[in-house]
Design a protein around this ligand. Structure first.
Ligand SMILES: Cc1ncc(COP(=O)(O)O)c(C=O)c1O
Length: 458
């Protein structure tokens, strides 16, 4: 069977439309306070949301949050939800994790941003070194900015113009990464790319995940400064690396002198040191963002000693502040205090064990509904996260995963879950566990999911 043929699109669109309408009706009745806040907000913000992409949540208006703690949040209508989105890892430590909140509060009371280091800075770097093995760290406010900085440095030291990425990757709002391959294998802008500054073919090469031959073809041109990858794709559904893939990636990057940047922002779910640690990977740069601040904006990138030296040797002190890598609030004292507390006290190795156990339960719950109703879908777990997709077997690359997308079906499943007090990560079918996610939380999803699948298939 060709990989793309693993997709069996849900056929009964009439039934899907009718089920969707029922869920919208229920949502309308149960969320009046969110509605009135949204109507008010719509006068002042496009679509009534602080960032336009928030309009894509399923339902006639977004849910407005009142408060959150651990794995749960309550909305303004008083409905409690189990949160499997967790701010798409921004709250992977759980909402308002006690130890992080304490450290953050202490730091806020002492001042939060100085453009100067504090005693927390090196300690945060040391904790990251312990996790990921690299020993030269810089801090930003977002994973996007960490990726941008790493790319800049790679271009600077190699003198090469391009970067390479996986097809259907996501690395934040980094201009060069919104590229895909067309039917003839040409690099083109990805659908939905807003206001691209230059044609993507000028900046980017694209390779399929798990395809070493294609990677060699691209890197052998020797114009690629950096290969920026997730060690498993996580933003188009989970796509796991095949045996030997990462050995091959490392080998090819060394052979063609391309800087290997591994973005662990999401794959951090695989363990305390991400997939870099669990698989023994040897990147030149690791990027980690979102989760590590314990809820406040924080991200970092770690470099090997040799890459860091090449970077430092290439930059004059006089020009260091205007070189395209920076950010006034990057590396601020508050973010660093958050990282230190979150890594040492919240997202600990013991916490990861419990998160992974909950993800295993979640995966088993989804699988049991798939089996019971004989549905042609699959579910994949990666440490503390798991995701189902509308195809019979796990995809081996991004294009196959993308081909299984079904926006209407996904919106229905998400709204169905939301109406039963379960928040899934929007835009795909992912669930993430935090240290305080319980088996009861997971059971709530298992029950709702089985009910949704039953309404679609029986
Ligand atoms: C793998 C990966 N890297 C980087 C980012 C960017 O994170 P941020 O939006 O916080 O900059 C994301 C966001 O989802 C991501 O999934």
């Amino acid at each position: 069977m060709h990989d793309h043929e693993a997709n069996a699109r849900y056929q009964d669109r009439e039934r899907l439309a009718s089920l969707w309408n029922d869920e919208v009706e229920r949502f309308r009745i149960e969320r009046p306070k969110s509605q009135s806040l949204w109507l008010e907000a719509s006068r002042l913000m496009p679509d009534g949301v602080p960032m336009l992409w928030m309009a894509k949540w399923p339902g006639p208006w977004p849910v407005f949050v009142e408060s959150a703690l651990g794995s749960r949040f309550t909305d303004v209508d008083g409905i409690e939800h189990v949160d499997f989105c967790l701010g798409d890892t921004g709250a992977m430590a759980g909402h308002a994790p006690f130890a992080s909140v304490e450290a953050l509060t202490r730091q806020i009371e002492k001042g939060s941003t100085f453009m100067l280091p504090t005693s927390e800075s090196a300690e945060a770097a040391r904790l990251l070194e312990e996790r990921f093995g690299l020993n030269s760290w810089q801090f930003t406010l977002s994973a996007t900015d960490a990726n941008r900085s790493a790319i800049r440095y790679a271009r600077q030291v190699t003198g090469r113009p391009k970067i390479a990425v996986h097809d259907y990757c996501y690395h934040g709002t980094v201009d060069e990464t919104f590229a895909t391959l067309d039917e003839d294998g040409k690099v083109v802008s990805r659908r939905g790319n807003i206001g691209a500054p230059v044609p993507l073919s000028e900046t980017t090469e694209v390779v399929a995940f798990n395809d070493l031959a294609q990677l060699e073809q691209v890197l052998s041109k020797r114009d690629v400064a950096a290969l920026l990858i997730e060690p498993a794709l996580t933003n188009i559904g989970i796509v796991l690396p095949e045996d030997g893939y990462h050995d091959g990636v490392r080998e090819l990057c060394s052979k063609y002198e391309t800087i290997l940047i591994i973005d662990e922002t999401h794959t951090f779910c695989a363990g305390p040191g991400g997939m870099t640690k669990t698989l023994g990977l040897e990147p030149d740069v690791v990027v980690i963002g979102k989760s590590i601040g314990g809820g406040v904006p924080a991200a970092a990138f770690g470099m090997t000693e040799s890459f860091a030296k090449r970077v430092r040797d290439s930059i004059h002190l006089e020009d260091i502040d205007v070189g395209g890598v920076g950010g006034t609030l990057a590396g601020n004292a508050l973010s660093l205090a958050g990282i230190r507390a979150t890594l040492s006290l919240v997202l600990t190795p013991a916490a990861f064990k419990s998160m992974e156990a909950r993800a295993t339960e979640w995966t088993a719950g989804v699988q049991s509904a798939i089996d019971r109703f004989n549905v042609p879908w699959q579910v994949t777990q990666l440490g503390a996260r798991a995701e189902y997709s509308f195809r019979a077997v796990a995809p081996r690359d991004g294009a196959s995963a993308a081909a299984a997308d079904d926006f209407e079906l996904q919106q229905f499943l998400h709204l169905h879950a939301l109406n039963r007090g379960v928040l899934m990560t929007p835009f795909h079918n992912m669930a993430l566990m935090c240290p305080t996610t319980t088996s009861d939380d997971v059971a709530r999803h298992t029950e709702a999911f089985a009910e949704a699948v039953s309404s679609l298939f029986s």
